[in-house]
Design a binder for this molecule. Structure first.
Ligand code: CA
Length: 533
């Protein structure tokens, strides 16, 4: 009897212990399985050279400590590329996980509006029980779809303005914000939305700035930043484009194409509004102008660069502050553990390299996107990776990280495994195709392939020009070696390029591609108070 009682007691204790363990493991399991929230932060035209986590010379003088926190607590991705380096097309590729020619939005000018009926990653999050929102710059014409809440810029064709910006809320109500700088308005709206969200649901928020887009107008609180020193000139500032015919035809030079508005000149009094706008746009077509009678030649170009870069970086300072506020909010509200935070830009940008401002080219500064991402559950702090990725990969990756099935129609791939210790390169090459011509900036349509070491580009619209760079020996892409390179190298890169064109279904004839550039697709939506489709 005694032993029976002992065994009964033993059994009871064992069962209790087992059930206790089961409870604990269920609880842990539940927490592990708790859906991850997403905050996708995207600036407009923010070059990786202007983020101090990327350690460029310029950013050492204009650090971005808050944006850097994402890299420090998570990962800095060093080889993320834009598939068509211009605002609307990049945003469309990010949303759909598809290349420009597939999602249909391949040009900003005369490229129509984004077809919001197609599948996007916010729609997939929404269908999976997420609360979704987009706040800030949208710039795709049509009303945002797939969001429970949207407040997006609508004046200047969706471009927005740094002061007195106009927004559309949920596709219906128009509001003009007159009190604060645009970056501050977006920051406040984002914090308000986070504070008032339904806390019973996971969330997916797109937090998108106009800054530091042209015409680079910073908040007055940053006007004195960088006043006591000048920024160093990039190595390629005085590029003469030798051996690169397409580049030599550009209209985006700091010395020749920054206009009076960019340089914050004030029009003479008494001009009509039309003449005043014309006066401010002077310089766009390469017209010579100087702010006074004595500033000329190299000194004038130097002054334009300093004026440009300082205003650009002052706009970046505002974005950095606004990123910090949201990271603080997550920390203070116990959300950091369970939220993926991404920081990126819709493409790269020239900060004087090759003598340029703007983007569009497959050359490194505009092709490469900054990409920082953190979540302590998925990514080890301080990770860096040179895995080659494209903007069409963002959607599949975010869905994959959240444990949601990736729709088969997305052309990009998830790069989640890069964070699981698998640092090796998943791709051996990335693909690029740019279409818009001639406005703005007269960048010749081109497509190309980049491997770990080489970049092959083909300019096809009004010319028949190939360019080839060895990025190991010529990272600044100053020496086009296409005519001197070994034939087997050229053949293998062309083979790779053709394979990518086929894989991504971008293998139309040159004639068809030229027609895409020529086709004018009217924007349905253009200004506030017009009906949004
Ligand atoms: Ca942009």
């Amino acid at each position: 009897m005694k032993s029976n009682n002992f065994f009964s007691l033993f059994n009871i204790i064992s069962l209790f212990l087992i059930s206790l363990c089961a409870c604990n493991s269920t609880k842990e399991k539940f927490q592990e399985n708790k859906p991850l929230n997403i905050i996708y932060i995207m600036a407009d035209d923010h070059a990786y050279q202007a983020i101090s986590a990327y350690e460029s010379e310029i950013s050492k003088l204009a650090p971005t400590p808050n944006i850097d926190r994402i890299a420090k607590e998570g990962a800095r991705m060093d080889a993320v590329y834009c598939t068509n380096s211009i605002c609307g097309p990049s945003r469309s590729s990010i949303l759909t996980g598809k290349f420009s020619h597939v999602n249909g939005f391949y040009k900003n000018v005369d490229g129509g509006d984004f077809n919001g009926e197609q599948l996007t990653f916010p729609k997939v999050f929404q269908k999976n029980g997420y609360q979704t929102a987009v706040i800030g710059k949208w710039h795709l014409g049509t009303k945002p779809t797939g969001f429970d809440y949207s407040k997006v810029l609508i004046n200047q064709g969706g471009q927005g303005t740094y002061f007195n910006p106009q927004f559309c809320i949920n596709g219906k109500d128009t509001v003009t914000e007159t009190k604060l700088h645009l970056t501050k308005v977006i920051e406040n709206d984002c914090l308000d939305w986070l504070s008032n969200r339904d806390t019973t649901k996971p969330f997916m928020l797109l937090y998108q700035f106009k800054a530091p887009h042209r015409d680079w107008r910073p908040d007055s609180m940053y006007h004195d930043l960088f006043n006591n020193f000048d920024f160093p000139l990039p190595e390629t500032f005085n590029d003469n484009y030798e051996g690169r015919i397409a580049a030599s035809e550009n209209m985006m030079e700091i010395g020749r194409h920054l206009n009076r508005r960019d340089m914050k000149q004030i029009p003479p009094k008494g001009l009509s509004r039309r003449d005043s706008l014309r006066w401010l746009a002077y310089g766009d077509k390469g017209q010579y102008w100087s702010p006074n009678d004595t500033l000329k030649g190299d000194a004038l170009k130097y002054w334009k660069f300093q004026t440009y870069i300082k205003d650009y970086l002052r706009c970046v300072a505002g974005v950095d502050r606004a990123v910090g506020s949201v990271l603080d909010y997550l920390d203070e509200n116990g959300l950091s553990e369970n939220t993926i935070v991404v920081y990126t830009s819709d493409q790269g940008f020239y900060l004087g390299e090759h003598g340029w401002f703007d983007k569009r080219w497959m050359y490194e500064e505009s092709f490469k996107m900054p990409f920082l991402i953190k979540n302590p559950r998925v990514i080890k702090a301080g990770t860096t990776s040179d895995a080659m990725l494209m903007n069409v990969d963002f959607a599949p990756t975010l869905l994959d990280m959240a444990g949601i099935e990736i729709p088969g129609e997305m052309q990009g791939k998830s790069f989640k495994e890069v964070f699981g210790g698998n640092q090796k390169n998943k791709r051996k090459s990335v693909y690029y195709h740019y279409y818009e011509y001639p406005i703005w900036h007269k960048v010749q349509p081109h497509y190309g392939v980049k491997t770990n070491r080489y970049k092959l580009m083909y300019f096809y619209y009004t010319m028949d020009e190939w360019e080839l760079y060895d990025l190991k020996t010529d990272p600044n892409e100053m020496n086009n070696i296409y005519s001197d390179a070994p034939q087997d190298l050229i053949d293998s890169l062309k083979k790779e390029l053709e394979a990518l064109r086929k894989e991504y279904k971008d293998d139309d004839s040159l004639e068809q591609m030229r027609r895409m550039t020529d086709t004018v697709i009217k924007r349905v939506y253009n200004e506030p108070n017009k009906i949004m489709k």
